[in-house]
Design a protein around this ligand. Structure first.
Ligand code: UDP
Ligand code: MG
Length: 321
């Protein structure tokens, strides 16, 4: 293990990326050494079931600037990113995917921008790579909601970012457990800029997202970041109040003028619509109550089982600080 402190820490969440770890470490080393950037790479093995951890060990044996953190199980990419950021020692930290879809040249570009004084450098996708029509449609919907919530254009954002130490410290000191890194990096403020990059094709391994996990991720991100949907419930309530006043007046008028007809269809329709809106609203509120419950429990965001290339740390994230 090298004792030299790095200037750039590269945090890489890796879940079943055995085939990518070493090529990634080698490519990073080659480019960063050529560019004379003092860097350390933090692979966070998010409970992989393949040989990812062994590969991280092999990469660390090849290059003493590789460090590894292994979770006791799969805690998700957000947790992996935060574990890396908590442990990283550099003056700035970059987060990039472990599948080589984020170009290393862009990382160098981000680092140069950081040197020139920027504190939060966000990677934006210039093209989204190959995705199915369904995936494109769903992500468009999700990003429209999120963009409205965070008041910035989220469509092209990604988790590929470089943050100054100040921004990293601000992020890791947030008490919340359920996070949405992509939006939080903008939330901390500081002098920021964006860098466009082209998403590379995944060469080895496969994407970890299933349609269901993406839907869960999207809902979770929205509920973690914004309370807008709760206001939507109020707005629906107001809309229905107005409709019911109109309908009520109409009812009374027909009653008074003795023209009251059966109107059974209307009754059924109103029942159905109000019923479903009430259920939907309860669901949204329930979603937030579940989040509050999770946060109040205050469980650890992740549990570290093993580390490589750094002093042995405790079992839990608190000790890993
Ligand atoms: N990843 C993770 N934990 C998970 C799922 C994914 O750490 O539960 C990592 C994965 O190893 C990769 C990055 O997150 O480095 C992006 O995942 P993936 O390539 O599957 O997503 P996509 O590029 O398809 O959006
Ligand atoms: Mg990928």
């Amino acid at each position: 293990m090298s004792t030299e402190k790095e200037s750039l820490s590269v945090v890489i969440p890796a879940y079943n990326e055995a085939a990518n770890v070493r090529p990634m470490a080698q490519a990073l080393r080659q480019t960063l050494e050529r560019e004379k950037i003092r860097a350390a790479v933090y692979f966070v093995d998010d409970g992989s079931s393949d040989g990812t951890w062994a590969e991280i060990g092999a990469a660390a044996a090849e290059w003493d600037m590789v460090r590894g953190i292994r979770f006791s199980r799969n805690f998700g990419k957000e947790a992996a990113i935060f574990a890396g950021l908590q442990t990283a020692a550099g003056d700035c930290c970059a987060v990039m995917d472990g599948d080589m879809q984020h170009p290393i040249e862009t990382l160098v570009e981000m680092y140069r921008l950081w040197e020139s004084g920027y504190e939060v450098i966000e990677g934006v996708k210039e093209d989204r790579g190959r995705e199915s029509v369904f995936h494109k449609g769903m992500s468009a919907l999700f990003y429209r909601l999120m963009s409205a919530a965070v008041k910035m254009d989220m469509r092209q954002t990604s988790d590929f970012k470089l943050l100054d130490r100040k921004a990293v410290d601000a992020l890791v000191s947030l008490p919340e457990r359920s996070t949405f890194f992509r939006a939080l990096s903008g939330w901390v403020g500081y002098k920021s800029c964006t860098v466009g990059y082209r998403v590379q094709e995944r060469v080895r391994g496969e994407s970890k997202w299933t349609t269901w996990s993406l839907i869960k991720y999207a809902l979770n991100s929205i509920v973690s970041f914004t309370t807008k949907p709760l206001h939507l419930v109020t707005a629906m309530g107001v809309l229905f109040l107005i409709l019911s006043v109109v309908q009520g007046i109409e009812c009374l008028v027909t009653y008074i003028t003795h023209r009251a007809v059966e109107g059974f269809t209307t009754v059924i329709l109103i029942q159905l619509i109000t019923g479903s809106i009430v259920m939907l609203s309860l669901g949204i509120i329930g979603g937030y109550i579940a989040k509050i419950y999770e946060e109040v429990k205050g469980r650890h965001r992740f549990i570290v089982a093993q580390t490589i290339g750094m002093p042995i740390r405790g079992e839990r994230d608190d000790d890993a600080l």
